[in-house]
Design a protein around this ligand. Structure first.
Ligand code: PEP
Ligand code: MN
Length: 351
Protein backbone atom coordinates (compact mmCIF):
# COMPACT_ATOMS: atom_id res chain seq x y z
CA UNK A 1 0.00 0.00 0.00
CA UNK A 2 1.01 3.64 -0.36
CA UNK A 3 0.74 6.06 2.54
CA UNK A 4 0.58 9.80 1.93
CA UNK A 5 1.90 11.76 4.90
CA UNK A 6 0.73 15.14 6.19
CA UNK A 7 4.35 15.94 6.99
CA UNK A 8 7.76 14.29 7.19
CA UNK A 9 7.38 13.79 10.96
CA UNK A 10 4.88 11.01 10.22
CA UNK A 11 7.62 8.89 8.67
CA UNK A 12 9.11 7.22 11.81
CA UNK A 13 5.80 6.15 13.41
CA UNK A 14 4.38 4.84 10.12
CA UNK A 15 7.60 2.96 9.46
CA UNK A 16 7.38 1.42 12.93
CA UNK A 17 3.82 0.23 12.23
CA UNK A 18 4.86 -1.17 8.86
CA UNK A 19 7.78 -3.04 10.37
CA UNK A 20 5.60 -4.48 13.08
CA UNK A 21 3.40 -5.90 10.32
CA UNK A 22 6.49 -7.36 8.63
CA UNK A 23 6.57 -4.86 5.77
CA UNK A 24 9.37 -2.71 4.38
CA UNK A 25 8.70 1.02 4.34
CA UNK A 26 10.26 2.83 1.37
CA UNK A 27 10.12 6.66 1.37
CA UNK A 28 9.84 8.62 -1.88
CA UNK A 29 12.63 10.91 -0.66
CA UNK A 30 15.31 10.44 1.97
CA UNK A 31 15.30 14.14 2.97
CA UNK A 32 11.62 14.97 2.87
CA UNK A 33 9.48 11.84 2.78
CA UNK A 34 5.94 12.52 1.65
CA UNK A 35 4.81 9.19 0.22
CA UNK A 36 5.74 5.84 1.69
CA UNK A 37 5.47 2.50 -0.08
CA UNK A 38 4.78 -0.34 2.37
CA UNK A 39 5.88 -3.46 0.57
CA UNK A 40 5.94 -7.15 1.41
CA UNK A 41 3.63 -10.12 1.67
CA UNK A 42 0.59 -9.76 3.94
CA UNK A 43 -2.76 -11.54 4.26
CA UNK A 44 -5.75 -9.49 3.17
CA UNK A 45 -7.07 -9.34 6.76
CA UNK A 46 -3.75 -8.06 8.12
CA UNK A 47 -3.61 -5.57 5.23
CA UNK A 48 -7.06 -4.22 6.09
CA UNK A 49 -6.15 -3.89 9.79
CA UNK A 50 -2.96 -2.03 9.00
CA UNK A 51 -4.71 0.25 6.50
CA UNK A 52 -7.43 1.07 9.04
CA UNK A 53 -4.81 1.87 11.71
CA UNK A 54 -2.98 4.14 9.27
CA UNK A 55 -6.13 5.90 8.09
CA UNK A 56 -6.96 6.80 11.70
CA UNK A 57 -3.68 8.67 12.18
CA UNK A 58 -3.65 12.49 12.04
CA UNK A 59 -0.22 12.48 10.33
CA UNK A 60 -1.58 10.42 7.42
CA UNK A 61 -3.67 12.14 4.73
CA UNK A 62 -4.34 9.19 2.45
CA UNK A 63 -3.83 5.43 2.24
CA UNK A 64 -3.90 3.79 -1.19
CA UNK A 65 -4.71 0.23 -0.23
CA UNK A 66 -4.18 -1.30 -3.64
CA UNK A 67 -1.58 0.51 -5.76
CA UNK A 68 -1.25 -2.54 -8.04
CA UNK A 69 1.39 -5.23 -8.15
CA UNK A 70 4.32 -2.87 -8.75
CA UNK A 71 3.94 -0.14 -6.11
CA UNK A 72 7.47 1.30 -6.29
CA UNK A 73 7.19 1.65 -10.06
CA UNK A 74 3.70 3.12 -9.89
CA UNK A 75 2.44 6.66 -10.25
CA UNK A 76 0.73 6.19 -6.86
CA UNK A 77 4.20 6.28 -5.30
CA UNK A 78 5.67 8.95 -7.58
CA UNK A 79 3.00 10.92 -9.43
CA UNK A 80 5.61 12.85 -11.44
CA UNK A 81 7.93 11.27 -14.04
CA UNK A 82 11.18 10.12 -12.49
CA UNK A 83 14.51 11.21 -13.86
CA UNK A 84 17.09 8.43 -14.07
CA UNK A 85 20.69 9.64 -13.83
CA UNK A 86 22.95 7.60 -16.11
CA UNK A 87 26.46 8.90 -15.53
CA UNK A 88 26.36 12.49 -16.78
CA UNK A 89 23.06 11.96 -18.64
CA UNK A 90 19.51 12.23 -17.34
CA UNK A 91 16.81 10.06 -18.86
CA UNK A 92 13.14 10.88 -18.34
CA UNK A 93 11.07 13.88 -17.42
CA UNK A 94 12.54 16.16 -20.08
CA UNK A 95 14.27 16.02 -23.44
CA UNK A 96 14.22 12.54 -25.01
CA UNK A 97 17.43 10.58 -25.40
CA UNK A 98 18.91 9.15 -28.57
CA UNK A 99 20.84 5.98 -27.73
CA UNK A 100 22.89 4.47 -30.51
CA UNK A 101 25.47 1.77 -30.98
CA UNK A 102 26.24 -1.52 -32.60
CA UNK A 103 24.24 -4.61 -31.66
CA UNK A 104 27.56 -6.24 -30.76
CA UNK A 105 30.94 -4.66 -30.20
CA UNK A 106 33.06 -6.29 -32.91
CA UNK A 107 36.31 -4.32 -32.98
CA UNK A 108 37.88 -1.05 -31.86
CA UNK A 109 37.49 0.44 -35.37
CA UNK A 110 33.83 -0.52 -35.61
CA UNK A 111 32.92 0.73 -32.13
CA UNK A 112 34.87 4.00 -32.36
CA UNK A 113 33.36 4.80 -35.77
CA UNK A 114 29.85 4.39 -34.35
CA UNK A 115 30.64 6.16 -31.06
CA UNK A 116 32.13 9.20 -32.83
CA UNK A 117 29.17 9.35 -35.21
CA UNK A 118 26.79 9.08 -32.24
CA UNK A 119 28.36 12.00 -30.40
CA UNK A 120 28.47 14.05 -33.64
CA UNK A 121 24.72 13.74 -34.21
CA UNK A 122 23.82 14.57 -30.59
CA UNK A 123 23.17 11.11 -29.17
CA UNK A 124 23.30 10.92 -25.38
CA UNK A 125 24.10 7.27 -24.81
CA UNK A 126 26.29 4.63 -26.42
CA UNK A 127 24.89 1.12 -26.38
CA UNK A 128 26.79 -1.96 -27.46
CA UNK A 129 26.75 -5.61 -26.56
CA UNK A 130 29.82 -7.34 -25.15
CA UNK A 131 27.90 -10.43 -24.01
CA UNK A 132 25.19 -11.29 -26.54
CA UNK A 133 22.12 -13.48 -25.98
CA UNK A 134 21.93 -15.31 -29.33
CA UNK A 135 19.22 -17.73 -30.37
CA UNK A 136 21.77 -19.96 -32.13
CA UNK A 137 24.77 -21.32 -30.23
CA UNK A 138 26.81 -20.87 -33.44
CA UNK A 139 26.03 -17.15 -33.79
CA UNK A 140 28.58 -14.52 -32.67
CA UNK A 141 28.36 -14.40 -28.88
CA UNK A 142 30.19 -11.09 -28.40
CA UNK A 143 33.75 -10.21 -27.45
CA UNK A 144 33.07 -10.57 -23.73
CA UNK A 145 35.55 -8.78 -21.43
CA UNK A 146 37.41 -7.30 -24.41
CA UNK A 147 34.13 -5.77 -25.58
CA UNK A 148 33.69 -4.17 -22.16
CA UNK A 149 37.21 -2.75 -22.33
CA UNK A 150 36.47 -1.22 -25.73
CA UNK A 151 33.22 0.28 -24.43
CA UNK A 152 35.10 1.91 -21.58
CA UNK A 153 37.58 3.31 -24.09
CA UNK A 154 34.76 4.64 -26.29
CA UNK A 155 33.22 6.36 -23.29
CA UNK A 156 36.52 7.99 -22.48
CA UNK A 157 36.93 9.18 -26.05
CA UNK A 158 33.42 10.52 -26.55
CA UNK A 159 32.09 11.34 -23.08
CA UNK A 160 28.99 9.25 -23.79
CA UNK A 161 27.81 7.01 -20.96
CA UNK A 162 27.57 3.35 -21.86
CA UNK A 163 24.77 0.79 -21.74
CA UNK A 164 25.57 -2.88 -22.13
CA UNK A 165 23.81 -6.14 -21.44
CA UNK A 166 24.38 -8.53 -18.56
CA UNK A 167 23.34 -12.11 -19.24
CA UNK A 168 24.01 -13.90 -15.97
CA UNK A 169 24.23 -13.16 -12.26
CA UNK A 170 27.92 -14.18 -12.20
CA UNK A 171 28.70 -11.44 -14.75
CA UNK A 172 27.08 -8.57 -12.87
CA UNK A 173 30.21 -7.33 -11.06
CA UNK A 174 32.34 -7.44 -14.21
CA UNK A 175 29.77 -5.68 -16.40
CA UNK A 176 28.85 -3.16 -13.68
CA UNK A 177 32.48 -2.01 -13.55
CA UNK A 178 32.03 -0.55 -17.03
CA UNK A 179 28.31 -0.03 -17.62
CA UNK A 180 26.66 3.25 -16.67
CA UNK A 181 23.36 1.56 -17.48
CA UNK A 182 23.01 -2.22 -17.10
CA UNK A 183 20.82 -3.77 -19.78
CA UNK A 184 18.48 -6.69 -19.13
CA UNK A 185 17.50 -8.24 -22.45
CA UNK A 186 14.01 -9.25 -23.52
CA UNK A 187 14.75 -12.94 -23.02
CA UNK A 188 15.80 -12.33 -19.43
CA UNK A 189 13.00 -9.99 -18.39
CA UNK A 190 11.52 -12.70 -16.19
CA UNK A 191 14.81 -14.16 -14.95
CA UNK A 192 14.13 -13.12 -11.39
CA UNK A 193 17.45 -14.26 -9.94
CA UNK A 194 19.24 -12.12 -12.54
CA UNK A 195 16.95 -9.15 -11.86
CA UNK A 196 17.77 -9.37 -8.14
CA UNK A 197 21.50 -9.65 -8.81
CA UNK A 198 21.43 -6.68 -11.18
CA UNK A 199 19.35 -4.63 -8.73
CA UNK A 200 21.92 -5.32 -6.02
CA UNK A 201 24.61 -3.65 -8.14
CA UNK A 202 22.99 -0.33 -7.17
CA UNK A 203 23.00 1.09 -10.69
CA UNK A 204 20.39 2.24 -13.19
CA UNK A 205 18.98 -0.48 -15.43
CA UNK A 206 17.64 -0.60 -18.98
CA UNK A 207 14.85 -3.17 -18.90
CA UNK A 208 13.72 -4.55 -22.24
CA UNK A 209 10.14 -5.79 -22.44
CA UNK A 210 9.84 -9.54 -22.85
CA UNK A 211 8.81 -10.92 -26.25
CA UNK A 212 5.30 -11.62 -25.01
CA UNK A 213 5.16 -9.79 -21.70
CA UNK A 214 2.08 -7.95 -20.52
CA UNK A 215 2.50 -4.43 -19.15
CA UNK A 216 1.93 -5.78 -15.63
CA UNK A 217 4.63 -8.43 -16.03
CA UNK A 218 7.01 -5.78 -17.37
CA UNK A 219 6.28 -3.50 -14.42
CA UNK A 220 6.74 -6.34 -11.94
CA UNK A 221 10.15 -7.04 -13.46
CA UNK A 222 10.97 -3.35 -12.92
CA UNK A 223 9.67 -3.71 -9.37
CA UNK A 224 12.18 -6.52 -8.73
CA UNK A 225 14.96 -4.18 -9.79
CA UNK A 226 13.72 -1.26 -7.68
CA UNK A 227 13.07 -3.48 -4.67
CA UNK A 228 16.58 -4.93 -4.79
CA UNK A 229 18.52 -1.67 -5.11
CA UNK A 230 18.52 -0.37 -8.68
CA UNK A 231 18.92 3.41 -8.66
CA UNK A 232 16.44 3.76 -11.50
CA UNK A 233 14.89 1.78 -14.32
CA UNK A 234 14.43 2.79 -17.95
CA UNK A 235 11.79 0.67 -19.68
CA UNK A 236 12.38 -0.23 -23.33
CA UNK A 237 9.62 -1.38 -25.69
CA UNK A 238 11.40 -3.56 -28.25
CA UNK A 239 8.55 -5.18 -30.11
CA UNK A 240 6.32 -8.16 -29.39
CA UNK A 241 6.19 -11.54 -31.10
CA UNK A 242 3.54 -11.61 -33.79
CA UNK A 243 2.34 -13.63 -36.75
CA UNK A 244 3.69 -11.80 -39.79
CA UNK A 245 7.26 -12.60 -40.89
CA UNK A 246 7.46 -9.34 -42.88
CA UNK A 247 8.55 -7.61 -39.69
CA UNK A 248 10.56 -9.25 -36.92
CA UNK A 249 8.28 -8.08 -34.12
CA UNK A 250 5.51 -5.53 -33.71
CA UNK A 251 6.30 -2.21 -32.06
CA UNK A 252 3.67 -1.72 -29.36
CA UNK A 253 3.64 2.07 -29.17
CA UNK A 254 0.19 2.10 -27.62
CA UNK A 255 1.43 -0.25 -24.89
CA UNK A 256 4.50 1.94 -24.35
CA UNK A 257 2.26 4.97 -23.83
CA UNK A 258 -0.19 3.00 -21.70
CA UNK A 259 2.61 1.84 -19.41
CA UNK A 260 3.80 5.44 -19.08
CA UNK A 261 0.44 6.34 -17.59
CA UNK A 262 0.88 3.59 -14.96
CA UNK A 263 4.52 4.20 -14.07
CA UNK A 264 6.76 7.15 -13.33
CA UNK A 265 9.67 5.37 -15.01
CA UNK A 266 10.94 6.62 -18.37
CA UNK A 267 9.95 4.55 -21.39
CA UNK A 268 11.96 4.41 -24.61
CA UNK A 269 11.47 2.47 -27.86
CA UNK A 270 13.81 0.21 -29.81
CA UNK A 271 12.66 0.29 -33.44
CA UNK A 272 15.60 -1.90 -34.54
CA UNK A 273 14.53 -5.07 -32.73
CA UNK A 274 10.88 -4.12 -33.09
CA UNK A 275 10.98 -4.12 -36.89
CA UNK A 276 14.08 -6.13 -37.86
CA UNK A 277 14.33 -3.89 -40.94
CA UNK A 278 16.71 -0.99 -41.38
CA UNK A 279 14.28 0.83 -43.72
CA UNK A 280 11.73 1.00 -40.89
CA UNK A 281 14.07 2.08 -38.09
CA UNK A 282 14.02 5.86 -38.67
CA UNK A 283 10.27 6.17 -39.36
CA UNK A 284 9.38 4.14 -36.27
CA UNK A 285 11.92 6.04 -34.15
CA UNK A 286 10.29 9.30 -35.26
CA UNK A 287 6.85 7.86 -34.49
CA UNK A 288 8.00 6.96 -30.97
CA UNK A 289 9.36 10.48 -30.45
CA UNK A 290 6.18 12.05 -31.86
CA UNK A 291 4.19 9.90 -29.43
CA UNK A 292 6.12 11.46 -26.55
CA UNK A 293 8.30 8.59 -25.38
CA UNK A 294 11.47 9.37 -23.45
CA UNK A 295 13.83 8.29 -26.18
CA UNK A 296 14.82 5.77 -28.79
CA UNK A 297 17.60 3.24 -29.05
CA UNK A 298 18.89 2.30 -32.49
CA UNK A 299 21.41 -0.20 -33.78
CA UNK A 300 24.11 1.36 -35.93
CA UNK A 301 26.96 -0.26 -37.84
CA UNK A 302 29.52 1.35 -40.19
CA UNK A 303 28.89 -1.45 -42.71
CA UNK A 304 25.62 -3.20 -41.75
CA UNK A 305 25.92 -5.90 -44.41
CA UNK A 306 29.12 -7.05 -42.74
CA UNK A 307 27.75 -6.95 -39.19
CA UNK A 308 28.24 -10.05 -37.04
CA UNK A 309 24.79 -9.62 -35.51
CA UNK A 310 21.54 -7.89 -36.44
CA UNK A 311 22.90 -6.31 -39.64
CA UNK A 312 19.49 -6.38 -41.33
CA UNK A 313 18.09 -4.00 -38.73
CA UNK A 314 21.19 -1.80 -38.34
CA UNK A 315 21.32 1.61 -39.93
CA UNK A 316 24.67 2.98 -41.14
CA UNK A 317 26.40 6.19 -40.05
CA UNK A 318 24.62 8.21 -42.73
CA UNK A 319 21.32 6.71 -41.64
CA UNK A 320 22.00 7.83 -38.07
CA UNK A 321 22.75 11.39 -39.21
CA UNK A 322 19.55 11.35 -41.30
CA UNK A 323 17.50 10.18 -38.30
CA UNK A 324 18.93 12.95 -36.13
CA UNK A 325 18.19 15.54 -38.83
CA UNK A 326 14.61 14.38 -39.25
CA UNK A 327 14.09 14.44 -35.48
CA UNK A 328 15.45 18.00 -35.37
CA UNK A 329 13.07 18.97 -38.20
CA UNK A 330 10.25 17.66 -35.98
CA UNK A 331 11.39 19.97 -33.20
CA UNK A 332 13.06 17.29 -31.07
CA UNK A 333 16.22 18.25 -29.25
CA UNK A 334 17.91 15.31 -27.59
CA UNK A 335 19.30 15.18 -24.05
CA UNK A 336 23.09 15.09 -23.95
CA UNK A 337 25.59 14.37 -21.14
CA UNK A 338 26.00 17.38 -18.90
CA UNK A 339 29.78 17.28 -18.43
CA UNK A 340 32.77 17.12 -20.74
CA UNK A 341 34.80 14.13 -21.64
CA UNK A 342 35.88 12.19 -18.55
CA UNK A 343 39.57 11.85 -17.87
CA UNK A 344 39.51 8.58 -15.88
CA UNK A 345 41.98 6.00 -17.07
CA UNK A 346 40.58 2.86 -18.68
CA UNK A 347 43.65 0.78 -17.93
CA UNK A 348 42.68 -2.57 -16.55
CA UNK A 349 38.98 -2.54 -17.53
CA UNK A 350 37.83 -6.08 -17.95
CA UNK A 351 41.32 -7.50 -18.09
C1 PEP B 1 19.92 -6.21 -28.10
O1 PEP B 1 19.65 -5.15 -27.55
O2 PEP B 1 20.85 -6.33 -28.91
C2 PEP B 1 19.04 -7.34 -27.83
C3 PEP B 1 19.48 -8.60 -27.87
O3 PEP B 1 17.79 -6.94 -27.57
P1 PEP B 1 16.52 -7.75 -27.03
O4 PEP B 1 16.90 -8.28 -25.71
O5 PEP B 1 15.45 -6.71 -27.00
O6 PEP B 1 16.22 -8.84 -28.04
MN1 MN C 1 20.62 -6.61 -31.52
Amino acid sequence: MIVVLAGASGFPPVRALARRAGLRCVPDSADAPHRLALVGALSSAARDELAAALEARPDVTDVIRDPGSAPLASRHFRPEPSVVPVGPLSIGGGAPVLAAGPCAVESREQLMAVAEAAVRVGAGLLRGGAFKPRTSPYAFQGLGPEGLRLLAEARQQTGLPVATEVLAAEQVDLVAEVADLLQIGARNMQNYALLAAVGAAGKPVLLKRGLGATLDEWLMAAEYLLATGATGVVLCERGLRHFDPQTRNILDLAGALAVKSLTHLPVIADPSHATGRRDLVAPMALAALAAGLDGVIVEVHPDPDRALSDGAQSIDLGGLADLAQRAAAMGVSFATPSVGRPSASVEGWGR
